[in-house]
Design a protein around this ligand. Structure first.
Ligand code: PHB
Length: 396
């Protein structure tokens, strides 16, 4: 037997974008159902990075997902660039009047899920979507629960917020490749380590050996990365070698070592799908685009899509007008390309490509000086990092 659920907006994916859209829609009196194939424990227990831009934090605070006092404990007012035996600190409040928030994605998810549960509309976990199809009354999500029961969600609209392996994308773009991609000839070797922070602020370092990032999770757990071959075997380096590589990237700080309890190799790429809508099915977040992690833009960019769709759906249910649904793709793509460019720039400026020539390397260092020596250059980097204001600002 198939269980059929009727709703106004069916949302695929209980990630930060899907949950936030459901939250905003509910505040406007619009029904939605969020489904995800994973269990709640899985979603909340997968430790993930998270730098939230100031505008994304405003959305969460303004809509009562988190309290201002709580987020302010996670605020960071700067980052450092290390290059050419030189350290430069970007002072975000001075340059932009804002800060960023080290608010790991799994913590954001916990707070968003709590808000959904408190509102009486718990997401349907362990509901694995198989595909999106045209139903008699609009698009339909069909799938099976973890226990094998068939379900369908019949909606006015379906939103694919189901990540880079999106099944909604098949409906929107067909099976064929439909977008623009940039591969990078390097990846990140990441570790999680039990140790106190080595630096108060994040350090992005570019040296002749490549890129190093010193980040943090909390007072006891640190996250660090170094540039590597994306196909490297995670066991190919010893802990001693890992520390040597990381330490070589940040000569000015004595890294506090500790037990390395997770190691992973991250491959990354830039990807923008050129089609974000077909009929009443829309894509947002990683289903629509992917950025490399260097600029910490991913989650924040997904929030921009959320706000555009929120505006479009609110307008539709308020007045029947499809005008903002029709402009969603164009509206969203502007910021998607700005963030894609910013992430690309940060990535190529700070990593050494395996085939880099002396010319490339000298040019890279000149780029870094250009962005750090003048206030205009610093402001450009800082504005992108703390986040450009969202254009669709009618979320309240
Ligand atoms: C992280 O803490 O994992 C992290 C921080 C900043 C980035 C990317 C990842 O740009």
């Amino acid at each position: 037997m198939t269980t059929t659920i009727r709703t106004q907006v069916g949302i695929l994916g209980a990630g930060p974008a899907g949950l936030q859209l459901a939250h905003l829609l509910q505040r406007a009196g619009i029904d939605s159902v969020v489904i995800d194939g994973r269990s709640r424990e899985d979603i909340e227990g997968t430790v993930k990075a998270g730098i939230l831009e100031a505008p994304a934090v405003e959305v969460l605070v303004d809509t009562d997902v988190v309290s201002r006092d709580y987020v302010e404990t996670m605020r960071h007012d700067g980052i450092e660039f290390h290059f050419d035996n030189h350290a430069h600190r970007f002072d975000f409040p001075k340059l932009t009047g804002k800060g960023v928030y080290l608010y790991p994605q799994h913590e954001v998810l916990k707070d968003q899920i709590k808000a959904r549960v408190a509102a009486g509309v718990t997401p349907l976990f362990e509901h694995l979507a198989d595909k999106v199809v045209d139903g008699p009354n609009g698009p339909m999500i069909v799938g099976k629960t973890a226990t094998g029961e068939a379900f369908e969600i019949s909606a006015d609209f379906v939103i694919g917020a189901d990540g880079s392996m999106s099944i909604a994308r098949e409906y929107v773009t067909g099976n064929k490749f439909s977008g623009m991609a940039r591969e990078y000839p390097f990846g990140w070797y990441g570790i999680l380590v039990e140790a106190p922070p080595s630096s108060e602020e994040l350090i992005y370092s570019r040296s002749e050996e490549g890129f190093v990032l010193i980040s943090t999770r909390d007072e006891n757990i640190q996250r660090m990365y170094f540039q590597c071959d994306p196909n490297m075997d995670v066991n190919a380096v010893s802990d001693e070698q890992i520390w040597d590589i990381l330490q070589a990237g940040v000569a000015t700080h004595e890294l506090k070592r500790g037990n390395i309890f997770r190691k992973d190799v991250l491959k990354f790429r830039s990807y923008v799908h050129d089609s974000l809508r077909k009929n009443k099915v829309f894509l947002m977040g990683d289903a629509a685009h992917t950025v490399p992690p260097t600029g910490a833009k991913g989650l924040n960019l997904a929030f921009s899509d959320v706000l555009w769709l929120n505006r479009a759906l609110r307008e539709y249910y308020r007045s029947g007008s499809e005008k903002f649904l029709d402009t969603y793709q164009e509206d969203a793509l502007k910021r998607i390309w700005k963030a894609t460019n910013y992430s690309y720039m940060m990535t190529t400026m700070l990593h050494i490509a395996p085939d880099a020539t002396e010319f490339d390397k000298k040019r890279q260092v000149a780029d870094l000086y250009s962005f750090t020596e003048s206030e205009a250059g610093q402001t450009f980097i800082a504005e992108g990092y703390v986040g450009w204001d969202y254009s669709a600002d009618d979320w309240r």
